[in-house]
Design a protein around this ligand. Structure first.
Ligand SMILES: Cc1cc2nc3c(=O)[nH]c(=O)nc-3n(C[C@H](O)[C@H](O)[C@H](O)COP(=O)(O)OP(=O)(O)OC[C@H]3O[C@@H](n4cnc5c(N)ncnc54)[C@H](O)[C@@H]3O)c2cc1C
Length: 307
């Protein structure tokens, strides 16, 4: 509580955050929202950037601005047009996401659960409700997608997770691939990357959006200073130094470690990991350091020290 005004985890559906952000954007006099428009490419020169879009009516349009922030997610056109490498790796195993109408709290689960298991690790989240919807993630190997997604196969997995003896009410399911990648550069001239266009990571640890929001705060502060003539363009290089450092040494490092912790197969290593977790939970000093790291507060403090 001495480190942040928000000493808790806020867990909510992503759409709620989008709705709040939309409200703020609509109310801001300097923001012109263009929904249902597709960004198709851009060109830059020494004075500014021209973005090409296909607008809601299906017409091509050009928009001129001083800077372009590519915040269009992992498949970023800006990153690709700048020919920036997206360095890292993709996990060979996929993740199976099953959405269930059920209240797992009745069985002792909390709102967020990370379950370590040498054969079948899983994550269980109270995703929304009422009516209650929970999401369970399981590792998925090389099996055919159709076989993995068969209703009987999903039910069997859920029964193995929690044997209720009754079929679960499965609302949805999908398979996704997990990448651990960071763009080699976050900026070329007047085009800058932020959020998933600059870095992607495993959701284990809930850091992707959080670190993207930190990019946005950092970058907005610097762009505002440039536009008010209070700073030169070199502050954008500091943005890259700060946020790329955080992506590599905090978000990537922690999410890779989280996945390894959950899936560890070696009995002795598992025991060591669990003992360390127990020790951390019991020792207030270690627990505070753990929370500062996992909440990314430490990453912000470290980034502040980067010139
Ligand atoms: C299963 C799962 C669970 C997750 N859980 C968490 C969590 O608990 N906490 C957390 O912090 N993170 C979590 N993440 C990560 C988080 O979802 C992402 O890091 C975050 O959404 C990235 O935000 P973004 O705005 O950078 O990109 P995106 O969310 O991908 O948004 C990009 C937007 O740009 C739009 N767009 C793309 N291309 C174009 C174009 N050409 N023209 C116009 N628009 C375009 C897209 O439609 C989209 O609206 C999770 C991810 C997954 C897969």
């Amino acid at each position: 509580k001495d480190d942040t005004r928000f000493p808790y985890v806020l867990q909510c559906e992503r759409i709620k955050i989008v709705e709040e952000a939309l409200k703020l954007a609509k109310a801001h006099p300097n923001i012109e929202l263009r929904l249902a428009s597709t960004f198709t490419g851009f060109a830059q020169d020494s004075d500014g950037v021209t973005a090409r879009i296909t607008n809601a009516a299906g017409e091509s349009e050009s928009l001129r601005g001083a800077y372009l922030v590519g915040a269009e997610g992992a498949r970023s056109i800006v990153r690709k047009e700048l020919d920036i490498d997206f360095e890292g790796f993709t996990y060979p195993d996929r993740t199976l996401n099953v959405e269930v109408a059920f209240d797992f709290r009745k069985y002792g689960y909390t709102e967020r659960n990370y379950i370590s298991d040498p054969d079948e690790w899983s994550n269980l989240f109270h995703w929304k409700g009422p009516p209650d919807r929970w999401r369970i993630h399981f590792p998925a190997g090389a099996e055919e997608e159709a076989a993995l997604m068969r209703p009987e196969a999903l039910q069997a997995r859920l029964q193995k997770f929690l044997p209720t003896g009754k079929p679960f009410d499965i609302v949805a399911s999908n398979l996704y691939v997990v990448h651990q990648r960071v763009a080699k550069k976050f900026r070329v001239g007047r085009a800058i990357l932020a959020g998933d266009s600059a870095h992607v990571n495993s959701p284990i640890g809930a850091m992707g959006m959080n670190s993207g929001v930190h990019d946005a705060f950092n970058l907005a502060d610097k762009l505002t200073k440039i536009l008010r003539l209070e700073a030169g363009e070199e502050v954008l290089d500091r943005y890259e130094r700060q946020r790329r450092h955080v992506a590599l040494t905090h978000t990537q490092a922690q999410t890779i470690r989280n996945k390894r912790l959950l899936a560890e197969k070696d009995f002795a290593v598992r025991q060591r990991n669990h003992e360390e977790l127990r020790r951390t939970a019991e020792d207030p000093k270690l627990a505070r350091a753990f929370l500062l790291r996992t909440s990314l507060i430490e990453s912000l403090r470290e980034a502040e020290q980067i010139a």
